[in-house]
Design a binder for this molecule. Structure first.
Ligand code: PMP
Length: 307
């Protein structure tokens, strides 16, 4: 099988088993109709490679269970069990590098029908080593996509629904094919929603601004982290709708996400953002973020689960 190399063990059908044996049928409704939801959690290794921390696992599983609730589906594990299974699997795979943990809940059956109602959902996890998903140093070149971000009344945009990601795939695929690093997506009203797998922030007149959740932005855990850090460091912050042309004249802009981390943006649609270098507010938040996830900021230790 090609694709990203996974760690040797996965959680599948109630057990930790070799990843290579965790397989589902080609007729499965999660594959055929996207009937599933997923999460994305990161493990970070400390600088001396002594410790491995899972970042904000509780918040990730709270959102995971909310995604299921939106689909009106249940799985046979509760919140604490999900955390325990994840920690157990992470220990078994014992990563020695930054790692992405992918939990998902998916339709077990295969029917020739998109009907969600009769489906029962199971839960599985696999893990892959993941360094930078997007460069955090180089300055991203983004394009505003002509694909519109899914609206909450089309596919729930605050749930991480598998099928909904075709929206991100189209936008990112087209942007990358044209030589950009990624795309920014507008909502149906024309305001900036977010990236294809990351939330969007900009700085204007010294004010840190992100799109509201009502702009069909995912309720990102990294987004929330950045907002909390901005508040703690007295960086003026506002959540409000963002117009397209505002991003061209922003002083700073960056993306946040479990994969993306805190990745600064150098250009959008060929316009240089600010000075074309990482801005002071972005730099401050990015440095703090990486110190926190690697266990160097005791004040935020409650966000880390050591494995
Ligand atoms: N938006 C989308 C569409 C995403 O897939 C992600 C990644 N989960 C994010 C934003 C960022 O969310 P988080 O910080 O929780 O990873």
């Amino acid at each position: 099988m090609s694709g990203q190399q996974s760690f040797p063990f996965a959680f599948f059908e109630g057990k930790i088993i070799p990843f290579k044996d965790a397989k589902i049928s080609i007729s499965n409704n999660a594959l055929q109709y996207g009937n599933g939801i997923f999460g994305g959690i990161r493990c970070y290794v400390s600088e001396e490679k002594k410790d491995v921390f899972i970042f904000r696992i509780s918040d990730h599983y709270k959102r995971f269970l909310k995604s299921l609730r939106i689909l009106n589906k249940t799985i046979s594990y509760n919140y604490q069990e999900l955390i325990d299974i994840t920690v157990k699997l992470a220990k078994k795979n014992h990563p020695d590098t930054d790692t992405y943990i992918r939990p998902f809940a998916y339709a077990k059956e295969g029917f020739i029908s998109p009907d969600l109602h009769p489906l029962t959902f199971d839960f599985a996890i696999y893990m892959v080593p993941l360094g930078e998903y997007l460069s955090v140093d180089k300055g991203l070149k983004l394009a505003v996509s002509n694909w519109i971000r899914i609206n909450d009344n089309m596919i729930p945009s605050r749930a991480k629904v598998c099928g909904g990601y075709i929206n991100s795939s189209m936008a990112k695929g087209d942007a990358v094919a044209l030589g950009f690093d990624d795309a920014l997506m507008l909502d149906i009203s024309g305001h900036v929603a977010e990236g294809t797998g990351a939330n969007f922030f900009m700085v204007r007149d010294g004010l840190l601004i992100t799109s509201p959740k009502s702009s069909d932005a995912l309720e990102g855990i990294t987004r929330r982290t950045i907002i909390e850090l901005a508040n703690d460091r007295h960086i003026p912050f506002l959540e409000r709708e963002i117009d397209r042309t505002e991003i061209y004249i922003a002083e700073e802009a960056f993306l946040t996400g479990t994969g993306a981390q805190v990745a600064w943006i150098a250009e959008i649609d060929g316009r240089v953002i600010g000075s074309g270098k990482i801005g002071p507010i972005t730099k401050k938040l990015q440095t703090l973020f990486f110190n926190i996830v690697r266990g160097k900021e005791k004040r935020y230790a409650s966000w880390l689960n050591k494995i």
